[in-house]
Design a protein around this ligand. Structure first.
Ligand SMILES: NC(=O)c1ccc[n+]([C@@H]2O[C@H](COP(=O)([O-])OP(=O)(O)OC[C@H]3O[C@@H](n4cnc5c(N)ncnc54)[C@H](O)[C@@H]3O)[C@@H](O)[C@H]2O)c1
Length: 393
């Protein structure tokens, strides 16, 4: 097994000390024999028989697919592509990417897919922080450019995955992943919208969801929150919306879900303003501790985290912001936010007491929220983390 990465720090970490893993959730043990190559050694891409591509697929600032990472990787592979190689794209993307970018580019090598080399798409499925599943036990979908591509793709993944599900094309496999994430984005938007309504109607949405979850069929609970986060659900649906335009088609559910979900941080700010107003105060000049900046509980990932948008909105309104998160000791500059001057404050009684307001933005399991409530003067809880409330089943 050889790893290839353009990030020299990751490559050095893997090569220098095989006892640490650069990725939380992946133990060092199984990857201790992994050899990694940096960009200057990418000619070694001709060595492996199988190449699995897992590069990022973000959005541009205008919310269009940013395919530069797939394109650069495809360029690098095309320089050394040889007969007998199997290439599998795993990055989440719109239907057609494997054919339109990889297949098209690889044609220039004179090699033919399905005869000389083999091309598949197989979406990555991970749920960071979820200990109930491992890579082996999460079923894997594969689609091939030709039937022999599919056959080889299935036999690759069958070595390491308990259940492999073949589909008829790479485009179908690409859409499988998008459907999974659109399903989550739309359902989360639905409960977020109901949260806004039930707040006005003075009905507790958490109590309603818990009771509805007692239905043994036809209902899957989703929960409201401060907004979508992570590298998948806030991003992937827009890959399909973008592609749909080519077919003169407007993906209305996706757009609506996007509108509702991206409005949630603004709703949180409204609640913070209202809570302070009740005490005769305003956001300006108030010290706010944002508790949890990871995009979800028990992970060390801040990508697309709604906490960052909330922090931005609070600072724009003149709040003195700080944060505490045991998983994120320091913040780094990101495309849309620069809180690189901030480090996590230790979560102590003194920290809580000296803040005017504590905003629970992520519900990490290691934090005692009763203790937080006991030592804070004012708490706004966006995750239903504080005790004494209907809890998730
Ligand atoms: N992480 C997950 O849980 C998860 C789950 C499902 C799907 N995905 C999808 O998998 C893809 C990768 O996500 P990730 O979270 O692993 O991203 P990541 O940013 O953590 O890792 C991607 C790596 O690719 C490297 N890279 C970028 N360009 C490269 C190039 N040209 N050649 C070699 N390496 C290059 C980066 O340096 C980085 O180390 C995305 O499409 C994402 O949507 C991720």
């Amino acid at each position: 097994m050889i790893g290839f990465d353009v990030d020299p720090a990751k490559v050095s970490q893997l090569n220098a000390n095989q006892r640490t893993s650069p990725t939380s959730g992946i133990e060092a043990g199984p990857i201790r024999h992994l050899r990694s190559e940096k960009r200057s050694n990418f000619r070694r891409l001709s060595d492996p028989d199988c190449i699995i591509i897992c590069v990022p697929t973000p959005l541009t600032l205008k919310k269009d697919p940013d395919l530069q990472y797939i394109e650069n990787t495809a360029q690098a592979i095309s320089k050394t592509l040889r007969a007998g190689q199997l290439i599998s794209l795993e990055s989440t993307t719109y239907p057609g990417t494997t054919d339109e970018i990889l297949l098209d580019l690889f044609k220039k090598s004179g090699l033919e897919a399905g005869r000389d080399y083999f091309l598949v798409f197989s979406p990555e499925r991970e749920d960071p922080g979820n200990a109930r599943f491992s890579t082996r036990t999460i079923p894997k979908v594969v689609g091939g450019t030709t039937s022999s591509c599919l056959e080889l793709g299935v036999s690759l993944y069958q070595q390491i995955i308990d259940k492999v599900i073949p589909v008829s094309s790479t485009r179908a496999a690409e859409l499988v992943k998008l459907l999974e994430n659109i399903y989550r984005a739309v359902n989360i938007a639905l409960v977020n919208e109901l949260k806004l309504l039930t707040d006005r109607m003075d009905i507790d949405i958490w109590e309603v969801i818990e009771a509805a979850s007692s239905k043994p069929f036809g209902f899957t609970p989703f929960y409201p929150g401060p907004g979508l986060g992570g590298h998948c659900i806030p991003i992937d649906p827009f890959y399909l919306s973008w592609k749909a335009k080519e077919f003169d088609f407007s993906t209305r559910f996706i757009q609506l879900a996007g509108e509702i979900n991206t409005s949630m941080p603004h709703y949180v700010i409204e609640k913070v303003g209202a809570a302070l107003n009740d005490r005769g105060r305003s956001i300006r000049g108030t010290s706010v501790l944002v508790l949890g900046v990871a995009y979800k509980k028990d992970v060390d990932d801040v990508r697309e985290s709604p906490s960052l948008e909330i922090m931005k909105l609070l600072s724009e309104r003149g709040a003195e912001i700080s944060y505490s998160d045991p998983f994120i000791p320091k913040l780094h500059k990101m495309r849309e936010y620069d809180f690189s001057y901030m480090s996590s404050e230790p979560l102590t009684e003194n920290t809580l007491r000296t803040k005017d307001l504590v905003l629970i933005a992520t519900d990490h399991s290691t934090i005692d929220y009763q203790w937080v409530v006991d030592h804070s003067s004012l708490v706004v809880d966006t995750r239903n983390a504080t005790p004494g409330r209907p809890q998730r089943t």
